[in-house]
Write a protein that binds this ligand. Structure first.
Ligand SMILES: N[C@@H](CCC(=O)N[C@@H](CS)C(=O)NCC(=O)O)C(=O)O
Length: 198
């Protein structure tokens, strides 16, 4: 049984969505985390090394960091077909776009938000003005990041773009609009919203 360490309306909400898509048995453990203003306390029950969410525990196996959790779960519940397995077509793209999510895209958004120039050749990521066209090019052959196949990578990207849809961080793009619509109209997304409070 998977335990999801979760704070409502946070990066862990999308893992309720993924667990619903997988049809995996899971329980939600709502934990407190530190807040942006420095208030709030981490929950000692949360196994994440910084008391952040998401984290999961699976019979004593702890996994943290969104791409790692996505990969762990889609390998673990392989029969759901939500991520290409080692040796299957699309595995390379799957690993690449999962890693790109926290390695490049989130830092790119954050640099824009903080109004910080991205030092080319030093930072491991690129400005959002360069990252988003790369994502849009990937989606143009879609409808999903891996083409016809919906995967856990779409859970990460689709929910992020849904959250930023009204923000200047995201370029206006019919490709992104269609993508977000396809992801958030899935029944598992609605079920996840209904369970977000724990
Ligand atoms: N890179 C991590 C980021 C996790 C993260 O920062 N989560 C936020 C919630 S959206 C959090 O727990 N913040 C509390 C804190 O920073 O102490 C991932 O994608 O899993």
């Amino acid at each position: 049984m998977i335990t999801l360490y979760h704070r409502p309306q946070s990066r862990s909400t999308r893992f309720i969505f993924l667990l619903e898509e997988l049809g995996a048995p899971y329980q939600i453990r709502v934990v407190s985390t530190r807040n942006r203003d420095g208030s709030g306390a981490i929950d000692p029950a949360n196994p994440h090394p910084h008391g952040k969410v998401p984290a999961i525990a699976d019979d004593g196996v702890v996994v943290f960091e969104s791409p790692a959790i996505a990969l762990y779960l889609t390998d673990r519940y392989a029969e759901a077909g939500l991520g290409p397995l080692a040796g299957e077509p699309g595995r390379g793209a799957y690993l690449s776009w999962l890693s790109y999510y926290t390695g490049v895209l989130e830092p790119a958004f954050m640099s824009k938000f903080m109004n910080t120039e991205v030092p080319r050749g030093t930072a491991g990521w690129v400005p959002v003005e360069e990252a988003m066209p790369a994502v849009i090019r990937q989606l143009a052959t879609g409808p999903y990041l891996l083409g016809e196949r919906f995967t856990a990578a779409d859970v990460l990207y689709g929910t992020t773009f849904a959250m930023f849809s009204q923000s200047p961080m995201l370029p206006a793009s019919p490709v992104i609009d269609d993508y977000v619509k396809q992801v958030i109209t899935r029944p598992a997304y609605a079920r996840a919203q209904a369970r977000d409070k724990g």
